[in-house]
Design a binder for this molecule. Structure first.
Ligand SMILES: NC(=O)c1ccc[n+]([C@@H]2O[C@H](COP(=O)([O-])OP(=O)(O)OC[C@H]3O[C@@H](n4cnc5c(N)ncnc54)[C@H](OP(=O)(O)O)[C@@H]3O)[C@@H](O)[C@H]2O)c1
Length: 284
């Protein structure tokens, strides 16, 4: 059984499943479980941890900071800047505040959370300043569609963008029309957020679907594991499910070893076809 890896610039190879943190840090009563789940995930190889200044208004970064105590060197830490902080001195201050909450002195990857009022040129410029200052190792974007990426490539320095993080799951396949093929051609990794469709909340019935369950049964796996295996079966795509229990983290880590057959992929394709025309980028 081969575990899939994804390559980031700087010759970094990471397991194709990482850990999300949206909704962590919202409740004091959940904090211990969240810290424990993240630490267990790193032990199981889910070394990319994705967070943002937005999540719980910095609270998720504090949970991650606690979870990474003694483990920082083993993690690939990703955070995101609000669009209205993504330029000039505001970006430097936002990054420093994230580093403080995360109890670290560098991010492996810093993302523009979505496009806002700053031009892409202003954002690229400040991202490169943060790289020069050693506060971030690399930068990328999130929620940028095909046309935005073409625009980014026209900006000086825009071509070193390390990733695009976008919504992608079995029942939301719009990126397959033009954005994903373009990223693959550029060898730019894509980070799939909401890979479990928020446990089916974004698409009811996805975790109880007969076709998904049939594939799951054949692998002695859960429906969630099949959704993750399907996402990472695409070249250059990694998944960042959020899990706040050890059981879910263990399941998600085990999904790295599931390889879907061509027939299984065809049955999932037939049940959840990709659109055959450009559709607006799905976001939450
Ligand atoms: N860039 C952006 O704009 C953006 C937007 C959305 C999300 N994100 C990132 O992407 C991450 C993932 O997205 P998401 O959290 O929205 O949704 P998700 O990962 O698709 O779903 C999370 C839900 O799935 C459950 N879950 C996890 N593992 C499971 C398993 N093995 N079996 C059954 N249920 C399982 C979790 O429950 P428990 O928590 O109870 O384990 C939670 O309720 C976020 O946490 C965030 O880091 C980025």
């Amino acid at each position: 059984m081969t575990e899939k890896t994804i390559r980031f610039s700087g010759d970094i190879a990471l397991p194709a499943i990482g850990q999300g943190t949206w909704y962590m840090g919202e409740s004091a009563g959940q904090r211990r479980a969240e810290v424990t789940a993240l630490r267990a995930g790193i032990d199981l190889g889910l070394t990319l941890v994705d967070t943002a200044e937005m999540y719980a208004d910095g609270g998720a970064e504090e949970v991650v900071g606690e979870a990474l105590q003694g483990l920082r060197d083993r993690a690939f830490l990703v955070s995101k800047v609000y669009p209205w902080n993504a330029g000039g001195k505001k970006a430097i201050a936002a990054c420093e505040a994230s580093l403080h909450r995360l109890k670290t002195d560098y991010l492996d990857l810093y993302l523009l959370h979505w496009r806002g009022g700053y031009s892409l040129a202003e954002t690229v410029e400040v991202m490169e300043t943060l790289v020069d200052q050693g506060k971030i190792r690399r930068w990328g974007v999130s929620n940028l569609d095909y046309d935005d990426m073409q625009e980014l490539m026209q900006v000086a320095g825009g071509d070193v963008c390390a990733t695009n993080q976008v919504l992608y799951h079995l029942a939301s396949r719009g990126i397959e029309y033009s954005l994903l093929p373009w990223c693959q051609q550029q060898h730019m990794p894509v980070m799939a957020y909401c890979p479990l469709a928020q446990a089916g909340r974004l698409r009811s019935g996805l975790l109880n679907n007969d076709v998904v369950n049939k594939v799951a049964y054949a692998h002695r796996a859960s429906a969630a594991q099949i959704l993750l295996a399907w996402v990472i079966s695409h070249q250059g795509v990694m998944a960042i499910p959020k899990a706040s229990s050890i059981k879910h983290v263990e399941e998600n880590a085990a999904a790295l070893a599931i390889t879907l057959s061509a027939e299984e992929r065809a049955s999932l394709d037939a049940a959840f076809p990709a659109p055959n025309r450009k559709t607006p980028l799905d976001v939450v």
